[in-house]
Design a protein around this ligand. Structure first.
Ligand code: DAH
Length: 337
């Protein structure tokens, strides 16, 4: 494996992209979701213990080399673009730093792309909502203790106007505004009246999914989530643990098998090897009926995942606050993604 990695470094040392498109193809080939580096990380697991250190170093060296090549050549192209626009006619600060995509945006885009490949369309809804769309339409009766699961920022009382605590509210909007079949993913920002800590924030992002048609079963839910886990994490071993949400029955939470080979694996899976990713379940017939969908004819599944949490797992970020502080020293680390 060491020779193979050395070979890769030599092979790419003289790479010179002739266009931005070529550079992007280079990036996808080496660093993309299904790229060479991803395969190397998979192979790494089977490397004998005594070689792990050397091979690990070599893989990291290859990655840094590829990232540096891409950043350097990208800067050269960006420079060219500016010259052709005659920007020297304008005054601008010298040594202007290139920006980079925020990890939350990168992960959101990737998740939406994965679901769009199997026919899910994107829908969005308002952040300021009423009680019906956030709670009552989702089978949370007034005074129901489940409302305490999500501490709410109220804007007005009677009638209640509030900041949505989850993107499940967009499910209700879609169900009341359109006819089945529907297959949608709903990204958005949500708000909870919670103390800010390394693990939770009062603002974060979710992606909700909803599929309603005739004869949708729990097996469809499981297959869809397995496909997602395989595409996003490169791993397809999932498990569903029974859980409770007022709007789904049965309800579950999904874990992806991450592995338990290294100290990091141990840390991020709290010693279990499994990672919790999302809540899901079969849409409760009460929820369908509340939105005037015939629950005898139609059934469906729903799921909801937190984008920050998934970004934290992907990039091994151990404090959610880093994702909100916009510290360039943190953000610059994501230049090559
Ligand atoms: N809305 C839930 C939350 O924010 C997540 C969730 C769970 C969404 C189950 C769903 C679902 O659509 O079926 O905690």
């Amino acid at each position: 494996m060491l020779d193979k990695i050395k070979g890769y470094i030599e092979e790419t040392a003289s790479f010179k992209a002739e266009s931005l498109e070529q550079l992007e193809n280079f990036r996808i080939h080496w660093l993309g979701r299904k790229g060479v580096l991803k395969d190397l990380f998979e192979d790494f697991k089977t490397v004998p213990k005594e070689l792990k250190r050397d091979v690990g170093q070599a893989v990291n060296e290859l990655r840094s080399h590829l990232e540096a090549t891409i950043v350097k050549q990208k800067e050269a192209f960006d420079g060219q673009g500016q010259e052709s626009l005659n920007l020297e006619d304008y005054t601008r600060p010298s040594g202007f730093e290139l920006g980079s995509k925020h990890p939350v945006s990168v992960v959101r885009r990737e998740i939406l792309d994965i679901f769009s490949q199997i026919g899910f369309k994107v829908a969005e809804g308002p952040e300021i909502e009423d009680d019906w769309h956030v709670f009552s339409g989702l089978n949370f009766p007034p005074e129901h203790p489940a409302r305490d699961m999500q501490d709410t920022f109220f804007i007005e009382k009677d009638p209640d106007i509030l900041l949505r605590t989850h993107t499940s509210s967009v499910q209700v909007r879609t169900m009341t505004d359109s006819e089945p079949p529907m297959r949608i993913v709903m990204p958005g920002r949500v708000f909870r009246n919670e103390a800010i800590s390394a693990r939770s924030h009062c603002i974060f992002h979710q992606i909700e999914g909803l599929y309603i048609d005739e004869d949708v079963s729990f097996a469809d839910l499981k297959q869809t989530l397995m496909y997602f886990a395989k595409e996003f994490f490169g791993k397809s071993k999932i498990r569903l643990r029974p859980s409770y949400f007022p709007f789904t029955e049965p309800s579950a939470e999904m874990d992806v098998y991450w592995g338990l080979n290294s100290e990091t694996d141990y840390r991020i899976t709290k010693g279990t090897g499994w990672l919790e990713i999302l809540g899901c379940g079969m849409v409760d017939p009460n929820v369908l009926e509340a939105s005037n969908i015939d629950s005898k004819k139609y059934s469906g599944f729903a799921f909801g995942m937190g984008i920050e949490r998934i970004a934290m797992l992907r990039y091994q970020i151990d404090d959610i606050r880093l994702l909100f502080e916009n510290d360039v020293r943190f953000l610059q680390q994501f230049k090559s993604i």
